[in-house]
Design a binder for this molecule. Structure first.
Ligand SMILES: Cc1cc2nc3c(=O)[nH]c(=O)nc-3n(C[C@H](O)[C@H](O)[C@H](O)COP(=O)(O)OP(=O)(O)OC[C@H]3O[C@@H](n4cnc5c(N)ncnc54)[C@H](O)[C@@H]3O)c2cc1C
Length: 562
């Protein structure tokens, strides 16, 4: 059996992190561990600044694990002539494909055109040509027309009545939660003190200037104050709650979106199929043995915490699928759902939710505080660079050192390697030969962790039972559970089931069997006693029940949709 991998990521140890948060004075304290906050912490740490990040749930537990998982320029924003936004998205897509090739993969899209459709083939061809040109040298591949017959051959499940023609183009896909986690862990590797389950409860002012963040460690129930020269709010849909702490005016117009997951054999697509229903664009996305479909876009005025798909929303997506594909899906086909709240910025003139700009904004004030909101998963790196350039320009004299220039556009994320396609084949076959893994587990390990798969297997060299899958037929290994707890800062069972792995979404009915096995590994890795293990299993079961509550006609937080 091969030797264990590199030394564990000691910097991520919770006790040491909390001690740093309590004792150091940081250049920057970032509130929020979604993709935006994690990207800011990573960029700042790589420029040589001292940085703290506090996240009240798990990393990515907000909107950053609830997206459509597409890394894209946003073809549809071209219609509204948001050229800068599209160019930025395409540039970031190109960078991510190079900086995290294990996490961000190119994927073909199919765009069917119907006789009664909203856009003419000529307009779409023009738009797709513009999309290719805007991507420039970072493009993935040029679009091409798919005549009706070839389109039906390529996507036989599509409704063919009224089908005129179609197009094939390319964008990219990711695992949003793992991308966010990877950025957060990279920040930690670069020296940031980034902790999950630490909530900012109030902000401290000294002589009219923000000077610190009063926090509660939700895992240990302790209070602590993080002292900082500059505070950055990256709280996504909770931005207005954070701004209310300093009496700053509200900035957001949040909208809710949901996705449903169905077995691939019930809705089989060979590419991401983009289609319209009631003037709203949706995507059917192939994901291993499943297809997921979304999304909706409705104004949301409630608390963004614990938002779930409700029965009406699931019915709407099913209706859209049944209207566009030769299938008759029902509620019982839906094995999982997810819902998220987009932190969009209030705009003049109340456009419809789908038309609210996906651009971001940086708000300055009160003294010593900067808030960033809006944007996309795709553009988070660029948003972080812009924010830090502004902070450094305005606050240079207060910072502990002269920061270096931004390096995130050329520094790969952990686990990345050049020529990933060749690497994945070689590494996966070495895992099959050297560790006796199944082909599916070997490929899953390399695709999920890139070169870091050797770290995942570190403990399994001493404890071979960790090479067992968490459930029969699942490619996910018990070693991943141990790794999540010891090196990826997983604290709860749901952290593993929902965000370190996506078993909660793509295992059958929340993968409760796998949860039992994962809890047994976490019990020994995190030194849980029996009651704690039972509590974790019950909390996870409740999370799965909330996700599936739409089946009983429930799931909407009362009064939150408008
Ligand atoms: C349905 C849907 C589909 C989408 N699809 C795509 C897509 O395909 N591609 C794309 O590029 N983008 C997509 N997006 C947009 C993208 O997901 C978001 O723009 C992005 O995830 C926002 O990240 P964030 O870090 O700003 O917010 P979040 O991820 O919500 O992070 C904010 C964090 O702040 C934490 N927080 C809040 N208050 C406190 C506090 N007091 N103390 C400590 N922590 C706090 C929260 O717990 C949360 O984790 C989609 C969004 C939705 C809703």
């Amino acid at each position: 059996m091969p030797r264990p991998g590199p030394a564990p990521r000691r910097a991520a140890e919770r006790g040491a992190l909390l001690n740093r948060l309590r004792t150091e004075t940081f250049d920057l304290a970032v509130i929020g561990g979604g993709i935006t906050g994690a990207s800011i912490a990573r960029d700042a740490a790589m420029r040589g600044l001292s940085v703290a990040l506090v996240e009240r749930g798990d990393f990515a537990s907000g909107t950053s694990s609830r997206s459509s998982r597409l890394i894209h320029g946003g073809l549809r924003y071209l219609r509204d002539r948001h050229i800068r936004l599209v160019r930025e998205g395409l540039r970031e897509r190109g960078l991510l494909l190079r900086l995290a090739p294990h996490l961000v993969r190119p994927i073909p899209f199919t765009l069917p055109v119907y006789e009664d459709g909203r856009d003419s083939p000529t307009l779409l061809r023009l738009g797709l040509t513009g999309y290719d040109l805007l991507a420039g040298t970072l493009g993935i591949g040029r679009h091409r027309a798919l005549p009706r017959d070839r389109l039906i051959g390529a996507e036989p499940a599509l409704r063919d009545r009224g089908l005129q023609t179609g197009f094939r183009y390319f964008d990219a896909i990711t695992n949003d939660a793992r991308l966010t986690l990877s950025v957060a862990l990279s920040a930690v590797d670069c020296g940031a003190a980034a902790a999950n389950y630490v909530e900012a409860v109030s902000l401290e002012m000294t002589n009219g200037r923000l000077s610190g963040v009063n926090c509660r460690d939700l895992a240990g129930m302790q209070e602590l104050t993080v002292r900082a020269r500059v505070v950055v709010g990256a709280a996504g849909p909770w931005t207005d709650q954070l701004r209310a702490m300093v009496d700053a005016p509200a900035a957001l117009r949040p909208t809710k979106g949901i996705h449903i997951v169905v077995p691939r054999e019930r809705l089989h697509t060979n590419s991401v199929v983009a289609f319209y229903w009631a003037e709203r664009p949706l995507f059917a996305v192939p994901a291993g043995r499943h297809t997921y479909v979304g999304t909706t876009d409705t104004d949301w005025t409630g608390d963004p915490s614990g938002v779930e798909a409700n029965a009406d929303e699931v019915a709407y997506v099913l209706e859209a699928v049944n209207g566009n594909f030769n299938v008759e899906l029902t509620m019982s086909d839906v094995g999982a759902t997810w819902a998220g709240v987009r932190p969009l910025i209030t705009e003049e003139g109340s456009p419809s939710p789908s038309d609210v700009s996906r651009d971001y904004e940086i708000l300055d004030g009160p003294l010593g505080m900067y808030t960033i909101c809006g944007g996309k998963l795709t553009s988070a790196r660029a948003m972080a660079e812009d924010l830090l350039d502004r902070v450094i320009e305005k606050e240079a004299s207060r910072l502990s050192r002269r920061p270096a220039r931004c390096r995130t556009a050329r520094t790969p994320l952990p686990g990345a390697t050049a020529d990933f396609d060749r690497y994945r084949l070689e590494a996966a076959s070495a895992l099959e030969r050297g560790w006796g893994l199944t082909e599916e587990s070997a490929q899953h390990l390399v695709d999920t962790y890139g070169t870091d798969h050797v770290r995942v297997l570190g403990r399994a060299a001493r404890e071979p039972e960790l090479l067992e899958p968490v459930a029969g037929g699942s490619p996910v290994l018990r070693a991943e559970v141990a790794y999540a707890a010891s090196e990826e800062m997983a604290v709860t069972l749901e952290d593993f089931m929902r965000r370190r792995s996506d078993l909660m979404l793509f295992g059958p009915e929340g993968a409760l069997g796998a949860a039992e096995a994962a809890a047994a590994v976490l019990e020994s890795t995190l030194a849980w006693d029996r009651p704690e293990k039972a509590r974790q299993l019950s909390a996870y079961g409740e999370a799965v029940a909330r996700m599936m509550a739409f089946r009983a006609g429930r799931g909407a937080a009362a009064g939150s949709d408008r």
